[in-house]
Design a protein around this ligand. Structure first.
Ligand SMILES: Nc1nc2c(ncn2[C@@H]2O[C@H](COP(=O)(O)OP(=O)(O)OP(=O)(O)O)[C@@H](O)[C@H]2O)c(=O)[nH]1
Ligand SMILES: [Mg+2]
Length: 454
């Protein structure tokens, strides 16, 4: 559990990952960072924002530990908002740990996970949305995820939340002003007007709640189960899209038992394909577990590839039923094995593509369709601003709940005092998102998930 002591002690950590590499960086931050850093260096002063070449010298033996380049960031112009010294030493497994051990002996405390960023947050350098974006940026698994995190880090999402906050503060202020003055002194805003303003704010909040799916896709990738009846060519399609011989393929129906997840990037998006067991009624206990897993994966799907074997001539009852059951998620019907026939079954599907998995025919068309479907359905593009955490969604739903209470209070003709109270509650819930009023427990939970050194 994170100890909530900040600013009055100086912390140090290695900010680069362990392993062989060109350089490693040891970071020291806190009131005493400059003094502690200089005690281990062969130079006597550090000029702010200059890279200075020097040595780190062992306290007891006078031995040079490493040649280093040191940069001093004087408070408040640093990442943490405190005096910070960054020592770039040689990479690998020995130099940085030796330098860090020396600075512990010189008085720095080991930094906790995410402590540099937490200090930046406490010192007002970042709000909580931006701090979370730092973690997202470090852990980004796709181009789109990296870009979304960068936009959030630059404050784009915070701006949206602040704009919402201003809208709500305006409403509360009007109501509170009316409380302070009698009706002779000011003309009260009609309740229909207040209702209108609340509804406008709600529309903006709902849009932000809706952005969660887009944010999730950009951040975690698009989960795409490949499903269909046995032997339709699901595993062949997985292998063809991955351009890799990943899943076992055979002419025997029921070959795939377990789900197999593999990812690939296309146009910056990460597609997480899941090959599944063929869907059919079966007495085989292992195949049964396989189909159960397939249905479970479907529950989390962002998009589905329903593979149909066009050589089958049985009326496609299964596929028709499937399409009516999964009407809320985008389904692409992939008519496979067109190298064998051109007679496409007519299924009532919004999107269908004919391919040959084994002959790699029209896979590029399928990929383009997958991409455009995601962009259209989840309204994502290169400038999407979206929430990415359940925490954000939960707080926004609380805002809506408080605004509904305000609407109710107006409906019941309660005094402005009560309406304003509800609006203030909505504002508090918004402040939870940016970190104004976030509880220590929530903060601990967020920063404990960071790595040490960030
Ligand atoms: N001619 C042709 N055969 C294909 C094509 N795609 C798959 N097949 C064949 O169809 C058979 C089944 O392929 P799989 O990829 O194992 O099918 P599956 O849907 O994964 O099957 P299960 O795992 O049993 O559900 C194999 O013999 C493949 O070679 C295709 O595009 N054209
Ligand atoms: Mg298979």
């Amino acid at each position: 559990m994170t100890t909530a002591v900040y600013n009055d002690d100086t912390v140090a950590a290695i900010s680069t990952p362990p392993g062989v590499g060109g350089i490693s960086v040891v970071r020291i931050s806190g009131n005493d960072a400059l003094r502690i850093a200089l005690n281990g260096l062969a130079i006597k002063t550090l000029k702010p924002r200059y890279a200075q070449f020097t040595h780190v010298v062992d306290l007891d033996t006078d031995e040079i530990l490493d040649d280093v380049v040191v940069t001093y960031f004087k408070a408040p112009a640093s990442y943490t908002g405190e005096d910070t010294v960054e020592i770039s030493c040689h990479g690998g497994f020995s130099a940085a740990p030796a330098i860090l051990a020396l600075y512990y002996r010189l008085g720095a405390r080991p930094a906790l996970p995410g402590e540099f960023t937490r200090r930046a947050f406490v010192n007002g350098k970042l709000d909580l949305l931006q701090a979370e974006a730092v973690a997202d940026l470090i852990h980004a698994v796709s181009d789109t995820g990296q870009k979304l995190a960068t936009r959030t880090l630059s404050g784009k999402l915070s701006e949206k939340v602040h704009a919402l906050r201003n809208e709500l503060t305006d409403i509360a202020s009007i109501l509170e002003l009316e409380l302070d003055f009698s009706e002779e002194e000011i003309t009260p805003l009609p309740h229909e007007e207040i209702n209108k303003k609340i509804d406008e704010a709600k529309t903006h909040i709902f849009a932000l709640v809706d952005s969660y799916s887009a944010g999730k896709i950009l951040r975690e990738g698009v989960l795409v189960p490949i499903v269909g009846r046995p032997n339709t060519g699901k595993s062949s399609l997985l292998n063809a899209l991955l351009e890799e011989d990943r899943a076992i393929i055979s002419h025997i129906p029921g070959t795939t038992r377990d789900t197999i997840e593999e990812s690939f990037a296309h146009q910056g998006f990460l597609f997480r394909l899941v090959d599944t067991a063929g869907l059919r009624k079966t007495q085989d206990p292992i195949e049964k577990i396989g189909t159960e897993r397939a249905y479970k994966t479907l529950g989390d799907a962002d998009m589905i590839l329903l593979v149909v074997d066009i050589t089958m001539t049985d009326g496609y009852a299964f596929e028709k039923q499937f399409l009516s059951r999964y009407s809320k998620i985008p389904v692409i019907v992939v008519y496979n094995k067109i190298d064998l026939s051109f007679d496409l079954p007519v299924l009532d599907a919004e999107i269908s593509i004919a391919v040959s998995a084994t002959h790699h025919q029209h896979l590029d068309v399928l990929l383009e369709k997958m991409l455009s479907t995601i962009q259209l359905h989840y309204r994502v593009d290169g400038s999407t601003i979206a929430i990415t955490k359940q925490r954000h969604k939960h707080a926004l739903l609380q805002v809506i709940e408080a605004l509904n209470c305000a609407r109710q209070a107006i409906f019941q003709s309660l005094s402005n005092e009560y309406i304003a109270l509800d609006i203030r509650e909505a504002i508090n819930a918004l402040d939870d998102i940016t970190g104004h009023t976030t509880s220590e427990d929530v903060l601990n939970n967020i920063f404990d998930h960071f790595c040490i050194g960030k």
